[in-house]
Design a protein around this ligand. Structure first.
Ligand SMILES: *Cc1c(COP(=O)(O)O)cnc(C)c1O
Length: 225
């Protein structure tokens, strides 16, 4: 049987297993359910099984589902590309943003974060495989970007996010995460404690290399149409 409950159990046990092999503390990896293209009722099903963190890529779609699910106690993460004219609703309607890749976007999110909300948690997206088609700051840009974003009043810089080029070989999956993890350690900023690494296809490699949040869509909800 391949129900959502079954898949949720499977993914949760894969995470626990990888954390055990890595010799890391229990509960050090949070599961983010990537619900792009999935309906509010799919989200509600997973919520009833205990899942609280959901991640969305497309703003308009996310806002509709947030309205439908307003009665649920969900922590919302934005993980998609950010256009500078869309920063206000992102700053208002999300708890975390993983895809900040340039200072201008960070400045706008900070300016537009409402006073009545706590600082917005952000991760800097790093284009670790240096693919021309992907967004993200380069490793070389990371130290200056960390300094500048840390100084913004209404953001709380938490760490980094990466989407490496897709690899099927386990060792090749691990390498980019290791490089980025080490680059962050070298910054000597203990407040950068969040590593948004890993999707359905490379969850174990990401956890072995320090992921604290894995972004899982397909393995939880099934294939997207
Ligand atoms: C879609 C998406 C995911 C989830 O991918 P799956 O392979 O379905 O688990 C994770 N992160 C980002 C940024 C995504 O766009």
């Amino acid at each position: 049987m391949d129900t959502i409950a079954e898949r949720f159990r499977q993914v949760s046990s894969q995470i626990r297993h990888a954390v055990g092999i890595a010799g890391r503390p229990r509960d050090c990896v949070q599961l983010l359910a990537v619900s792009k293209t999935k309906s509010a009722s799919d989200i509600a099903d997973l919520y009833r099984l205990g899942q609280r963190h959901f991640a969305e890529n497309y703003l308009q779609e996310a806002l509709i589902k947030q309205r439908q699910l307003a009665a649920f106690n969900i922590t919302w993460h934005f993980i998609g590309p950010i256009q500078s004219n869309k920063t206000k609703p992102i700053a208002t309607c999300f708890d975390w943003v993983h895809s900040v890749d340039r200072l201008k976007i960070a400045q706008r999110l900070s300016e537009q974060r409402p006073e009545y909300l706590p600082p917005l948690n952000v991760c800097l997206q790093v284009n670790i495989s240096e693919e021309a088609s992907k967004s993200g700051a380069s490793l070389q840009e990371l130290p200056a970007l960390v300094d500048a974003v840390s100084a913004l009043p209404n953001l709380r810089l938490r760490g980094v996010m990466a989407i490496p080029s897709a690899e099927t070989q386990y060792a090749k999956q691990r390498l980019p995460y290791r490089l980025l993890y080490q680059a962050v350690q070298q910054l000597m900023r203990p407040e950068l404690d969040s590593f948004s690494f890993g999707m359905s296809g490379d969850l174990k490699a990401a956890i072995m290399e320090g992921a604290t949040m894995v972004r899982i869509g397909t393995a939880l909800f099934g294939e997207r149409r």
